[in-house]
Write a protein that binds this ligand. Structure first.
Ligand SMILES: Cc1cc2nc3c(=O)[nH]c(=O)nc-3n(C[C@H](O)[C@H](O)[C@H](O)COP(=O)(O)OP(=O)(O)OC[C@H]3O[C@@H](n4cnc5c(N)ncnc54)[C@H](O)[C@@H]3O)c2cc1C
Ligand code: SF4
Ligand code: SF4
Length: 478
């Protein structure tokens, strides 16, 4: 297709048949109401409207910066009564916009991301993935960096020279905590982040594969926050080095809990304690912290079906594993991992076995040697709205493996919180979703610690709402 050529909805349809589903859109707006980007950009981003434009006149959609602003969190899809996948429809629209030479709107999109995100380089790289539509990521990052530097100078000028209003403690330096610290620093509060790890960044530092997020981008974003005045105390575990109940005595007037969901869930089967069985977050952290586990030439079995399972498989392959096989207990349709991640993993050589569940892990004092599985069939819908996997009697089989990676979900580790802060049944923190306030006055929470494992953009959005509420709460003291 030559630049400037007119494109029709049907052409996008031919490349991505699921686009057809736009016809069945109820126009209910649930996608927009649930979208963190729509919340962050207040009125400047509306997935429902973009879908309508793509359907009625795709040429009009090409000139919208909105088609570039989807952050791939899939929250809209999870809530859509018609199971539309807006991020994927937008991706194909972008591809056609690029082929037709209509990329001007993307420049505006970068400006908006720089304005809206406290960690814009991370957001562009790990949420927006412009390279997936065919743009040169390094050029995009260069542009964003320049815009960000100008914007930081502008923000610095806005921070008043008078003494800070009040002190706020933030626990955790993931995207949620960094957003709270950024927003409240701009409002002239003295904010200190307490971070357990040696370096800030949360999951972005610990587990995101470096091929997805080069750490120098994270470092640059965090440096820009420090330049604004955000203080980060690393290597401080709240609950061990500092008592949660002492934060008030240390002069903090409000607290934000953004500790993420960093504790791997246990699989209760025989053999999980054998050498060579590792939780996915620890597995990924080993690669990111330089203590690379030796997977070269090994057969790695990954248990789970989410993005973390897929990242583990891709990481194993990239580091020379002979085989990396994901074992998932439901079918491809129910797999929680993003479909494009799954495709990229399969293209790179990862294998997936569907409808299988581990029964026990086999091995001896030298470590793991195999995993015994049962084949499953899908039954009635369960409480999660997905069909329940049921073991098929007599279907057991054994698969040889040198390493087993458990990627069966993560929960927050909240042992340090006082009992006045109520938790939900699944172990996440209970908050008022409009204010992010917990059941203890003056304590707010957000990010994965509240939602369970989610995404960067959702954590940023939660941090923004919490910062706004903390400001209102502290102003109400005067
Ligand atoms: C392997 C993997 C890949 C991912 N890839 C993507 C992706 O490509 N795109 C995307 O959008 N999302 C991705 N995510 C999800 C994303 O990283 C998380 O949703 C996001 O980081 C959550 O942010 P958060 O601020 O809530 O918590 P976190 O990022 O988890 O940060 C919490 C921080 O709190 C600290 N902490 C915990 N307890 C304490 C304590 N007691 N005292 C002091 N500090 C404490 C932790 O050390 C951590 O640094 C991925 C997640 C994983 C695991
Ligand atoms: S939630 Fe689904 S059905 Fe409703 S407007 Fe959005 S895409 Fe259409
Ligand atoms: S994938 Fe996330 S950012 Fe994109 S439209 Fe859906 S909810 Fe919004």
């Amino acid at each position: 297709m030559s630049a400037g050529k007119t494109v029709t909805y049907k052409e996008v349809l031919a490349e991505y048949p699921d686009t057809e589903k736009i016809k069945f859109c109820f126009e209910c707006g649930i996608c927009t109401a649930s979208c963190p980007m729509a919340e962050l950009l207040k009125g400047e981003y509306n997935p429902r409207n973009i879908l309508e434009k793509i359907f009625l006149n795709i040429e009009e959609a090409f000139v919208l910066d909105e088609i570039w602003l989807c952050a791939w969190c899939y929250r809209c899809y999870r809530h859509c009564p018609q199971a539309l996948k807006p991020p994927e429809i937008f991706l194909y629209t972008r591809k056609f916009a690029i082929k037709a030479g209509r990329t001007q709107a993307f420049e505006n999109a970068i400006k908006k991301i720089v304005k809206v995100s406290p960690i814009p380089l991370v957001t562009i790289c790990a949420c927006f993935h412009p390279e997936r539509a065919g743009l040169d990521l390094s050029k995009v990052i260069k542009k964003a960096e320049k815009m960000r530097d100008e914007f930081v100078q502008e923000k610095k000028r806005k921070i008043k020279a008078e003494p800070a209003k009040k002190k706020v403690a933030v626990i955790g330096s993931g995207p949620a905590g960094l957003t709270v610290a950024h927003d409240l620093t701009l409002k002239n509060y003295e904010v200190t982040i307490f971070e357990a790890m040696k370096e800030p960044g949360g999951m972005l530092r610990k587990c995101l594969p470096t091929y997805r997020l080069p750490r120098e981008l994270l470092d640059m974003d965090i440096q820009a926050l420090k330049d604004l005045g955000v203080k980060i105390k690393t290597g401080v575990v709240v609950g061990k080095d500092v008592d949660f109940s002492n934060l008030g005595d240390l002069g903090y007037d409000a607290t934000f809990v953004g500790v993420g969901a960093n504790k791997g869930q246990h699989l209760k089967i025989v053999g999980v304690d054998l050498e060579g069985v590792v939780h996915a977050l620890d597995f990924l952290w080993m690669f990111n912290s330089g203590v690379e586990p030796n997977v070269r030439g090994k057969r790695v079995a990954i248990i789970g079906g989410g993005n973390v399972a897929v990242d583990s498989a891709r990481t194993a392959i990239k580091h020379g594993a002979k085989e990396a096989t994901i074992f998932y207990r439901r079918s491809r349709e129910e797999m929680p991992a993003n479909p494009w991640e799954v495709k990229e993993a399969e293209d790179e050589g990862a294998k997936i076995e569907f409808l299988v569940s581990p029964k026990r892990i086999l091995g001896d004092n030298k470590g793991v040697s195999a995993v015994e599985f049962d084949r499953m069939k899908l039954g009635e819908l369960d409480e999660t709205g997905r069909r329940k996997p049921i073991p098929i009697e007599g279907s057991g089989f054994v698969k040889e493996a040198d390493m087993v990676v458990l990627a069966i979900g993560e929960v927050p580790d909240l042992y340090f919180l006082p009992k006045e802060i109520e938790l939900n049944e699944d172990g996440t923190i209970c908050v008022n979703p409009l204010t992010m306030e917990t059941t203890l006055e003056g304590v707010f929470a957000g990010g994965d610690a509240v939602t369970g494992p989610a995404s960067i953009i959702e954590a940023i959005c939660a941090g923004r709402i919490a910062a706004f509420s903390i400001d209102c709460y502290l102003k109400s003291w005067v």
